[in-house]
Write a protein that binds this ligand. Structure first.
Ligand code: AMP
Length: 394
C-alpha cells in the first residue's frame, strides 16, 4: 500500500487528490483557489470532514507548501515521505508526448518549452513539478498530458487549411484538450455497452466550464473540437469557441479597448462564451435560472446548445454513426435542462432520451430502449487516470 498524489495545477488553482494504491482508495482531496490574490482559499476534504482556510497565497510554490503542511496538520500523512508517487496533469504536450511519462529534467524542460501552446498552464505546471521534486526527490513523478489522447488524430483532422509552413515550421495544428477525460469516459462507455473498446464508436461530450467534444473510434481519438489552444471548438463558460478569424483584426481596429491581438484573445478567453452573451454569468446554473426573464441569458443558452448539437452532428458524420453519446464534466454530468435541450430533436439520428432517466444524479444509460445511439452519463475521473499511470510507470 502506497500513497500517491494526483495534482492538477491550473493558472490560478491547484486541485489535488490523494490515493492509497493499488486499492485506488481516495484518502483526501482538496483545492487551492484564487492563487495570486490576497484571499486564496484552501479546502481539504478527508475522513468525512472539511477544512477550509482563507490565506494569502501569492504563487504556486507557496500553494504546494500549504498543501504539504495541510497534509501533516490534518494527519492525513504523518510524514510527507509516505507519498511515493506524484502525477501531474499537463495541458500542452504538443506532438512530443503521446503518452504519460516519467518527469525527468529533460521532460520538465520540454514542458516549459511548450508554454507558448498553453501560456496560462504549462509554466505553472512545470513550477509545481519542480517544487514537488525539491521536497520529495525520492517519489516517482509522472506527467500526464491533456493532449496525448488526441495524438492519434489523422492529419486530415488535425491540420488547418493554411500554407504548410505554419505546421512544419511553427507547429500550428489542432492539439485538442481534456484528453485524459475523453479517454477515461470512452473506455467506461465501452464497458457499459458490453463491447470491446476496439469495436466501438463513441462521441464524448466533456462539458464543464471549459468544454470539448471528441469522436472516439476503436478507442482512439479521431477528431476533437478544441484546436491549437483550448479556445477552439464549442462555446464555453467564458470562451467563445470558434469564430471567423477575420473578426480579430476588425475588432482591434474598431474597439479602442483592444490594443493588440493578445488583448482580443484575452477577451475571447475570459469575457466571452456564456458570460459575454448573457452579460450575467459564466455558470450554466445562473444562465438556466435566469433565462425565462432575461433574453440575453436565453440567447446564451440557445447558442451554447446549438454549438454542442452541431459537433455531435459532425462526429456522427465523421464516424458514420455512433454506439454511444457520453455526457461528462460539471454541466454534462449535472444539468438536466442542458442534456434535455441538446438531445431534443436528435431522434432522426436514432438518439432518443428517456425523460424519466434524465434526472438529478443520473449515471449510466439514460436513453430509451429503442435509441440506436445509447446516451450515457459517466462522471469523469481524470485524477484516477493519473493515479493509475503513476502505478504503471513506477
Ligand atoms: P467543471 O469545469 O467540469 O468543474 O464544471 C464546472 C461547471 O459545471 C460550472 O461552471 C457550472 O456551470 C457547471 N455545473 C455544475 N453543476 C451544475 C448543475 N447542477 N447544473 C448546471 N451546471 C452545473
Amino acid at each position: 500500500m502506497t500513497k500517491t498524489l494526483a495534482v492538477n495545477a491550473g493558472s490560478s488553482s491547484l486541485k489535488w487528490q490523494m490515493y492509497e494504491m493499488p486499492e485506488e482508495k481516495v484518502i483526501a482531496k482538496g483545492l487551492i483557489e484564487r492563487i495570486g490574490l490576497k484571499d486564496s482559499i484552501s479546502t481539504v476534504k478527508y475522513n468525512n470532514q472539511e477544512d477550509k482556510q482563507i490565506l494569502d497565497i501569492q504563487d504556486h510554490k507557496k500553494a504546494v507548501n500549504i498543501l504539504l503542511d495541510d497534509l501533516k496538520r490534518l494527519q492525513i500523512v504523518s510524514d510527507i515521505k509516505e507519498i511515493t508517487g506524484l502525477g501531474h496533469r499537463v495541458v500542452a504536450g504538443g506532438e512530443f508526448f503521446k503518452e504519460s511519462t516519467i518527469a525527468t529534467p529533460e521532460v520538465l524542460k520540454k514542458i516549459e518549452e511548450l508554454s507558448s501552446y498553453a501560456p496560462l498552464h504549462n509554466p505553472a505546471e512545470a513550477l509545481v513539478m519542480r517544487v514537488f521534486e525539491e521536497v520529495l526527490p525520492e517519489a516517482t513523478s509522472v506527467a500526464v498530458f491533456d493532449t496525448a489522447f488526441h495524438t492519434s488524430l489523422p492529419a486530415k483532422a488535425y491540420r488547418y487549411p493554411m500554407p504548410n509552413k505554419y505546421y512544419e515550421k511553427y507547429g500550428v495544428r489542432k492539439y485538442g484538450a481534456h484528453g485524459t477525460s475523453h479517454m477515461y469516459v470512452s473506455a467506461e462507455a465501452a464497458k457499459l455497452l458490453g463491447k470491446p473498446l476496439e469495436e466501438t464508436k463513441i462521441i464524448t461530450a466533456h462539458i464543464g466550464n471549459g468544454g470539448s467534444i471528441t469522436a472516439v473510434e476503436a478507442g482512439k481519438s479521431v477528431d476533437t473540437s478544441m484546436g491549437f489552444t483550448p479556445l477552439g471548438g464549442i462555446m464555453m463558460g467564458t470562451r467563445s469557441g470558434e469564430l471567423d478569424p477575420s473578426v480579430l483584426p476588425y475588432i482591434i481596429e474598431h474597439d479602442s479597448e483592444l490594443e493588440n491581438a493578445q488583448d482580443a484573445i484575452d477577451m475571447l478567453n475570459k469575457e466571452s462564451g456564456l458570460l459575454g452573451v448573457s452579460g450575467i454569468s459564466s455558470d450554466m446554473r445562473d444562465i438556466i435560472s435566469n433565462k425565462e426573464t432575461n433574453p440575453n441569458a436565453q440567447l446564451a443558452f440557445d447558442m451554447y446548445i446549438d454549438r454542442v448539437k452541431k459537433y455531435i452532428g459532425q462526429y456522427l458524420a465523421v464516424m458514420n454513426g455512433a454506439d454511444a453519446l457520453v455526457f461528462t464534466a460539471g454541466i454534462g454530468e449535472n444539468s438536466i435542462p442542458f442534456r434535455a435541450a441538446v438531445l431534443d430533436g436528435l431522434d432522426w439520428f436514432g438518439i432518443k432520451v428517456d425523460p424519466e432517466k434524465n434526472i438529478l444524479g443520473a449515471t449510466g444509460d439514460i436513453s430509451l430502449p429503442d435509441s440506436r445511439v445509447k446516451i450515457l452519463v459517466i462522471p469523469t475521473d481524470e485524477e484516477l487516470v493519473i493515479a493509475r499511470d503513476i502505478e504503471r510507470l513506477k
